[in-house]
Write a protein that binds this ligand. Structure first.
Ligand SMILES: [Zn+2]
Length: 292
């Protein structure tokens, strides 16, 4: 087990590193690449942390899974890390992770297990269930803004420290819940809700750059932080936004206050995490990379 894995409270090391090629007793062939997989579980909505041990002289490591490239970052001589999000809609079954490091290649298979999410019934202002025609343009603009944001991550890692809770209150485990608003099914709940009173300061879960600081139709006053390398935090329903687009924020810096703006039943903080397009449960991020 790596020193890193030992430091992960509650994390499960699902598999021991597998070296490609020669077994330890065989003649050394080309330098091996080892992949260590850490996750709470291999299921939709979960974060998977890959630790790659490559020959120390390798200058770049390339990771592919779920049909796209993941940008790894170096953490020590020859050791790299890559964060992989299993989107809510990823099909269950085997998905191969390919790691290329110099002339060496290693693969691992993630066996994504099914997960059944509960259904919840909520009653909100009807304008947030069947929006009036006057809101159509605004909703489309919001969707384009967010879609563009998810494509605008910094090419370097902007976070370093462990991730921190944005508020002190407990979160319910509502990630992935199939929501029925006023009797009508709507998209799955893509975040965790923290039951904090209105006015509670909301802190940046990690450092980054403010991409969005605006009032959006469904998520109300919304702050999106780009943490770099395809990782984002979205903090929604704020009563007040205290940062501006383009600002750099440090971990723990206040970005706004808990409120009840947008499609809500009452004051709470909604924190969503996007990782290379995948919707990931923020609680899995805290479990694997959070302060212990
Ligand atoms: Zn929510």
């Amino acid at each position: 087990m790596s020193a890193y894995a030992l430091g992960l409270a509650g994390a499960i090391v699902l598999a021991v590193p597998l070296a490609r090629g020669a077994s330890p007793s065989a003649n050394p062939g080309p330098a091996a690449v080892e992949i260590d997989v850490t996750a709470r579980s291999i299921q939709p909505g979960e974060l998977v942390v890959l630790t790659v041990d490559a020959p120390a002289d390798v200058e770049g490591v390339h990771v592919r899974v779920f049909g796209h490239a993941i940008e790894p970052f170096p953490i020590a001589g020859g050791r790299w890390r890559a964060l992989v999000g299993i989107d809510l809609d990823v099909k269950t079954g085997p998905h191969v992770v390919t790691v290329d490091a110099g002339h060496a290649r290693a693969t691992r298979t993630l066996h994504v297990l099914p997960k059944s999410f509960p259904t919840r019934r909520l009653t909100v202002d009807p304008d947030f269930v069947t929006p009036p025609p006057s809101a159509t343009e605004r909703i489309e603009r919001d969707q384009q803004l967010l879609a563009k944001a998810w494509q605008s991550s910094a090419a370097t890692r902007l976070w370093a420290e462990p991730f921190a809770r944005p508020v002190g209150e407990v979160a319910n485990s509502a990630f992935g819940t199939r929501s029925i608003f006023n009797g009508l099914p709507r998209t799955a709940h893509g975040g965790a809700d923290f039951l904090s009173p209105a006015g509670t300061p909301v802190k940046a879960p990690n450092s980054g750059r403010i991409l969005i600081a605006q009032d959006l139709y469904f998520s109300g006053n919304t702050v999106v932080i780009d943490h770099g390398l395809g990782l984002f935090s979205l903090l929604a329903h704020l009563s007040l936004i205290e940062v501006r687009e383009g600002d750099r924020v440090a971990v723990g810096q206040v970005v706004g206050k808990v409120g009840a703006t947008g499609r809500v039943t009452g004051p709470h903080l909604h924190w969503a995490v996007r990782l290379n397009g995948a919707r990931v449960d923020p609680l899995s991020l805290l479990a694997l990379l959070g302060r212990t």
